[in-house]
Design a protein around this ligand. Structure first.
Ligand code: ADP
Ligand code: MG
Ligand code: MG
Length: 244
C-alpha cells in the first residue's frame, strides 16, 4: 500500500498479512508512518491512497466508509484520544455497541443488559463508575484516556484492533491494566496490530510478529526477539536495511 498526505508520500509500499488470532507489533522511529498506517486502515479521511489494496475478510477495506469498517469490526484506539464535550461517555458507548449489533441484525440492547456488559468491561480496565457518566475523554487523565480506549475494545470486541501507542505515557500500573485488558480481548477469533515505540508493553502482550517501519517502508520483520534487539540497538542501523 502507498499513501500520501498532500504531495508527500508517507507510506512507500507496505505489504503485510495479518491472520486472525495473531498479534503484530509495528515499531519504528517517530515520523516513520506508524500512525498513518493505523489511520488509513481505520478510514480517517486526510490520506490519499495512491497504490495498493487492503483485503479485510475478503472484502476491499479501502472502499468501505469509516463507519462501515467500524461496524465490520475494525477498531482504532487513538494515539491521542479526542475529547467530545457534551457527549456523555455512557451514551457514546451504548450507541457504538448498538450500531455494531444493528449491523449484525441484532436488536438494540436494553439499558439493563448494556449496563451489565459495561460493568464487566469496566472491571477489566479498572474504570470507576463516574468516569462513564462524564463527557467522553473530557478532563480524563492521560492514563484514563488510554484505559477508556481499551474499555471500548473490551465492550465492542472488534475483529481487528489497531492500537496506536496505547502504552505511551502510561505508568507501570496503568500499563499493566491496559495490557490485561488487551490480553483478555485477545482470542483466536480476533487480530491485533499494535503500534509502539518501546518494547516495554511487549513484555505484557506477546506479539507473534514484530515489524519495523522506517521512512514509510517495513525495514525488517521478525518475531518477539526483534523487539529486544531494537531495545538494545535502537533504530538507526535499520536505515541501511531499507530497500531502495
Ligand atoms: P509515526 O506515527 O510513525 O510517528 P506518522 O504516521 O504520524 O508517524 O507520520 C508520518 C509522517 O507523516 C511524518 O513525517 C509526519 O510529519 C507526516 N504527517 C502525518 N500527518 C500529517 C498531516 N496531517 N499533514 C502533513 N504531514 C503529516
Ligand atoms: Mg509518533
Ligand atoms: Mg504515531
Amino acid at each position: 500500500m502507498e499513501v500520501s498526505i498532500g504531495d508527500t508520500q508517507i507510506l512507500k509500499g507496505i505489504s503485510l498479512t495479518v491472520n486472525i488470532g495473531e498479534v503484530h507489533a509495528i515499531m519504528g522511529p517517530n515520523g516513520s508512518g506508524k500512525s498513518t498506517l493505523a489511520n488509513v486502515l481505520a478510514g480517517r479521511p486526510e490520506y490519499k491512497i495512491t497504490g495498493g489494496e487492503v483485503l479485510y475478510k475478503g472484502q476491499n477495506l479501502l472502499a468501505m466508509a469509516p463507519e462501515t469498517r467500524a461496524r465490520e469490526g475494525v477498531f482504532l484506539a487513538f494515539q491521542y484520544p479526542v475529547e467530545l464535550p457534551g457527549v456523555r461517555s455512557w451514551q457514546f458507548l451504548k450507541t457504538s455497541v448498538d450500531a455494531m449489533r444493528q449491523h449484525r441484525g441484532e436488536k438494540e440492547l436494553r439499558v439493563r443488559e448494556f449496563d451489565r456488559l459495561l460493568e464487566a468491561a469496566m472491571e477489566t480496565v479498572e474504570i470507576e463508575g463516574d468516569l462513564v457518566r462524564r463527557s467522553v475523554n473530557e478532563g480524563y487523565s492521560g492514563g484514563e484516556k488510554k484505559r477508556n480506549e481499551i474499555l471500548q475494545l473490551a465492550l465492542l470486541k472488534p475483529t481487528l484492533a489497531l492500537l496506536d501507542e496505547t502504552d505511551s505515557g502510561l505508568d507501570i500500573d496503568a500499563l499493566r491494566i491496559v495490557s490485561n485488558g488487551v490480553n483478555q480481548y485477545k482470542s483466536s477469533e480476533r487480530a491485533i496490530v499494535m503500534v509502539t515505540h518501546y518494547q516495554r508493553i511487549l513484555n505484557y502482550i506477546t506479539p507473534d510478529y514484530v515489524h519495523v517501519l522506517v521512512d514509510g517502508n517495513i525495514a525488517m520483520s521478525g518475531g518477539r526477539e526483534l523487539a529486544l534487539e531494537l531495545e538494545e540497538k535502537g533504530y538507526e542501523w535499520l536505515r541501511e536495511e531499507v530497500p531502495a
